[in-house]
Ligand binder design. Structure first.
Ligand code: PGA
Length: 246
């Protein structure tokens, strides 16, 4: 269960959040708990949860190792700050910052090289869904952003299906709609990386909340959630992490 905090929370607020979270989820063993603070809070959050069952990730990275790339952060720097995961190709990055499948692919390789697990986001817009091009769009995104990986890299990464029309809108995909696309993603992935498709985890994202999480997680190809809004309050994020106890 991954909490994407987007551009929210100061360093102090981020640390205070995980301080409360770590006690509440200390008994959780069968769910990986991940938080994605802003770059500048990652290290402080990591120091608060080091060695515990909460892992820290970043929301983006740049593919070069170092150099004259003003404003960017490399995979090895994220590693140094304590990040073990990184979100790549989130729809907000595609929409506002010109992220495309080709750059997503470079970032996936850079993260994998540095032993950081990429969570690669794909998803169709409302227009694409209405025009019945959802599967075509997803297929292209999966194929292009996840091309040329080793079998090992391919089985370690995580894919997140996030229909753009469901992000931050309160409109969740129905469990059936989500399952249909998740199964399709696994099928495409099996054509690319035969042995990795069963192992790859596919998260659903888009208005996941404590009251809809169980139904979504019951679907056979949904392996977890990538949560924005409902991950910002510690009480609701705890409920999401412990959804299986509801
Ligand atoms: P949301 O965001 O849960 O607020 O819809 C999900 C995401 O963007 O990862």
């Amino acid at each position: 269960m991954a909490g994407n905090w987007k551009m929210n929370k100061t360093i102090a607020e981020s640390v205070s959040f995980v301080h409360m979270l770590k006690t509440a989820v200390s008994d959780v063993k069968d769910v990986d708990v991940l938080v994605f603070p802003t770059f500048i809070s990652t290290n402080a959050v990591y120091n608060e949860v080091k060695g515990l069952n909460i892992k820290v990730g970043a929301q983006n990275l740049f593919w070069e190792e170092k150099g004259a790339f003003t404003g960017e952060v490399s995979a090895s720097m994220l590693k140094d700050a304590g990040c073990s995961y990184v979100l790549i190709g989130h729809s907000e990055r595609r929409q506002y910052f010109g992220e495309v499948d080709k750059t997503v692919n470079k970032k996936v390789k850079a993260a994998s090289l540095n032993d950081i697990v990429p969570i690669v986001c794909v998803g169709e817009t409302l227009k694409e869904r209405e025009e019945n091009t959802t599967f075509k769009v997803i297929k292209k995104q999966v194929k292009e952003s996840l091309s040329d990986l080793s079998q090992e890299e391919a089985s370690k990464l995580v894919i997140a299906y996030e229909p753009v029309w469901a992000i931050g809108t309160g409109k969740t995909a129905t469990p059936q709609q989500a399952q249909e696309v998740h199964a399709f993603i696994r099928e495409i992935y099996s054509q690319l990386y035969k042995n990795a498709a069963d192992k790859v985890r596919i998260l659903y994202g888009g208005s996941v909340k404590p009251d809809n999480v169980s139904e979504l997680m019951k679907q056979s190809d949904i392996d977890g959630g990538l949560v924005g809004g409902a991950s910002l309050e510690v009480e609701s994020f705890i409920k999401l992490v412990k959804y299986f106890k509801n």
